[in-house]
Design a protein around this ligand. Structure first.
Ligand SMILES: Nc1ncnc2c1ncn2[C@@H]1O[C@H](COP(=O)(O)OP(=O)(O)OP(=O)(O)O)[C@@H](O)[C@H]1O
Length: 306
């Protein structure tokens, strides 16, 4: 097996590079290091590395970064045989590390190289404007995508990031979105049934429990059960939404009548208005009104190096 590390030096406000320096001083096996240069580079690197994998010489790609880095590695390499994917968590949110096993230290990595023990997991695919987007954590539309998008594009967050306190700007973006976001109408089709939701704040399709940097939005999600769990939050006031964001860290939001959850293997989402969407907290994009998104789960489709 060949081990390839993909390091996103930007992840975690530079934390990824520091973590890599701690790891690489102690590694005893041969490896290749690829450092990303720009947004989307991880995807291209992962695609190219995966092409090297053969039955005789499998490839392990270890993402060093946050959820965005893992998301790009998965999109580039998850479908390829003889590829194992692992991660060293070094982002700012790190939800992947909450839902999956990641390498916490050099010893765990050395042990994996010696034993090549893997576990198999599902991923979801969202067909967006005809293009497939894989997600390992979750796919979401609405309020949370708008907050993430506003934060990512903000100069304030970039300035605060220089002192590693970019996260402190989030309450500001949440309050801003609270007063600018317009709840929308959502149609959900699954198993031949159609349900209509009015005044939707957000809808999340989860493969694992956590989103938004540690919020336990979908406690029943399991990455190897061949199912996706859907959470629709609708018909609640701005203040109750804030309360929900407080309670979701402790998974108490599931008791609220405004939170509707179900599990499925495939579904279609249709919106009355244009909405922001994200996959694993990345690729924030504006979906036009009446856009339909088909989402399916692909069961036990990729191997996690652990
Ligand atoms: N060299 C680079 N320069 C700028 N951006 C990069 C570079 N390499 C990767 N990126 C982008 O950085 C973004 C953020 O990466 P990532 O999500 O891993 O870190 P994070 O945002 O700190 O962590 P988290 O998502 O867990 O909060 C990704 O969208 C990725 O495409």
């Amino acid at each position: 097996m060949r081990v390839h590390f993909i390091l996103n030096p930007n992840a975690g406000n530079g934390r990824a590079k520091k973590r890599w320096l701690q790891f690489n001083q102690q590694l005893s096996f041969p490896y290749e290091l690829h450092e990303t240069q720009y947004v989307g580079h991880t995807f291209i690197l992962a695609q190219d590395i995966a092409k090297l994998a053969t039955k005789e010489l499998p490839v392990c790609i270890v993402a060093i970064g946050g959820d965005g880095t893992v998301h790009e590695v998965l999109n580039g390499a998850a479908n390829v045989e003889n590829v194992y994917i692992g991660a060293i968590a070094a982002g700012s949110g790190n939800d992947f590390a909450r839902g999956y096993t990641v390498f916490a230290n050099v010893q765990q990595l050395e042990q994996f190289v010696a034993t090549i023990e893997t576990t198999v997991h599902d991923y979801g695919i969202a067909q967006i404007n005809g293009a497939p987007k894989l997600f390992v954590n979750n796919f979401g539309v609405g309020f949370d995508a708008l907050v993430a998008n506003t934060a990512n594009e903000s100069q304030l967050k970039k300035k605060l990031n220089k002192w590693s306190i970019g996260k402190l700007s989030y309450p500001y973006f949440v309050i801003y979105a609270l007063f600018t976001f317009k709840p929308f109408q959502l149609n959900v089709k699954q198993n031949g049934n159609q349900q209509q939701f009015q005044n939707v704040w957000f809808a999340t399709v989860s493969n694992q429990p956590y989103f938004g940097g540690g919020m336990n939005i979908s406690p029943k999600s399991n990455t190897s059960d061949g199912k996706l769990e859907v959470t629709v939050v609708s018909n609640l006031s701005k203040w109750k939404l804030l309360f929900l964001f407080g309670s979701v860290f402790f998974a108490k939001h599931t008791r609220l009548k405004e939170v509707y959850q179900f599990e499925t293997t495939a579904l279609e989402l249709e919106f009355s208005d244009s909405v922001m969407a994200h996959a694993d907290g990345e690729n924030q994009l504006l979906l036009e009104s009446n856009n339909k998104i088909a989402i399916t789960v692909i069961e036990k489709a990729w191997q996690l190096a652990k």
